[in-house]
Design a protein around this ligand. Structure first.
Ligand code: BYC
Length: 309
């Protein structure tokens, strides 16, 4: 099929709101767009295990430890579905890891901040997974079939993660003055980076034009950010936390909150490799990837000997 025919078949499916499947004809730019987004999504899930993994040995109870372990394992699982999803588009796992480790592929800004106290584990679950759910529920309707289907399971698990985080924050807010201060301090540090997770404002979002044309995105960065803010402000009020934004104000006309401006300079610095923990995150990933080489070699050798297993 030549490029014009591919485009016609593809566009017809998109207009009928049908899913594009791995073997369907698709333009090269659609394929490349998806590989970029899905692989960055996978990297975010895997790198996101690091700030939380740091607290497994210091969880304050056996119950908290079990829940945290399960959550982190879920994130690893999400990374694996997403790497597999990207592989259906013709890129190998090795290429994706190389792009991550050489800085060619990004991962979410949020995982370049440190988890300093136990309240940060609450803030990550509540705010970071909370933001991720808002974004990923919209992606359940994305045009690429395998990506849309992966989002269903991921969203169910993220919803449990969001609750575990909110429970930690709610319990701390019922505790001592020191615990309440710790929860508020975590809120203050994670709020703004969580808003950045939705990406630049729509007018500055380089990829949104294509993403809408091809129905990869169904809601804009700003629409999703607004949804997250409106939902989270109410949850914060219920447990007595203050949103660290003096400009936050209910807007009766739009039936949503107006908010202060995000520090886009900080966002750019962080996504371009110069946030507080970028270097540490990548060194950790490279070290454990190298240490795990023997597992990949053993699995490849087994597969060669027993190809149908
Ligand atoms: N961080 O044109 P734009 C999780 C980049 S993990 C870093 O708006 P797009 C979890 C963007 O890549 C959840 N970079 O882009 C795991 C682009 O640069 P490139 C992660 C960002 O793609 C463990 C440039 O800025 N979720 O839940 O249309 C524990 C221009 O942006 C960010 C996903 O990955 C950012 N926040 O829209 C706990 C969701 N934002 O690629 C929790 C899937 C933008 O040209 N991804 N950039 O070098 C998406 O929905 C979209 O890719 C985005 C950005 C909304 C993030």
């Amino acid at each position: 099929m030549d490029a014009t025919a591919v485009q016609a078949v593809f566009q017809d499916k998109i207009e009928q709101d049908l899913k594009i499947e791995p073997k369907d004809p698709m333009p090269d730019r659609y394929r490349a767009h998806l590989i970029r987004q899905i692989s960055q999504h996978a990297h975010s899930e895997v790198i996101g295990m690091q700030p939380e993994g740091n607290w497994i040995t210091r969880a304050p109870s056996l119950r908290a430890k079990q829940i945290l372990l399960a959550k982190i394992q879920d994130e690893g699982g999400h990374g694996l579905y997403l790497y597999s999803t990207a592989e259906t588009l013709g890129i190998s796992r090795e290429e994706m890891i190389e792009q991550l480790q050489t800085g060619k592929a990004k991962y979410s800004n949020i995982f370049n901040y440190p988890a300093l106290t136990w309240a940060d584990i609450g803030a990550i679950g509540w705010l970071v997974d909370g933001a991720a759910i808002v974004n990923q529920v919209a992606l359940q309707r994305t045009s690429y079939g395998p990506y849309a289907r992966a989002m269903f399971r991921i969203c169910k698990e993220e919803s449990f993660h969001q609750r575990q985080g909110y429970e930690i924050m709610a319990n701390m807010m019922k505790g001592t003055t020191e615990q309440r201060e710790m929860a508020q301090d975590a809120m203050n540090r994670w709020w703004w980076p969580a808003l950045m997770m939705f990406g630049p404002h729509d007018k500055d979002s380089a990829h949104s034009g294509d993403a809408f044309k091809w129905r990869i995105k169904r809601k804009t960065n700003d629409e999703l950010r607004q949804k997250f803010i409106d939902k989270t402000v109410q949850q914060a009020e219920v447990i007595g936390l203050t949103i660290p934004d003096p400009d936050l104000k209910w807007n009766e006309t739009k039936q949503g909150y107006d908010h202060g401006e995000i520090n886009w300079e900080e966002f750019k610095r962080v996504i371009n490799g110069n946030g507080p923990c970028n270097k540490q995150r990548m060194e950790h990933h490279i070290r454990y990837h190298e240490e795990g080489a023997w597992v990949r070699e053993a699995a490849a050798a087994y597969h060669e000997k027993f190809p149908t297993d």
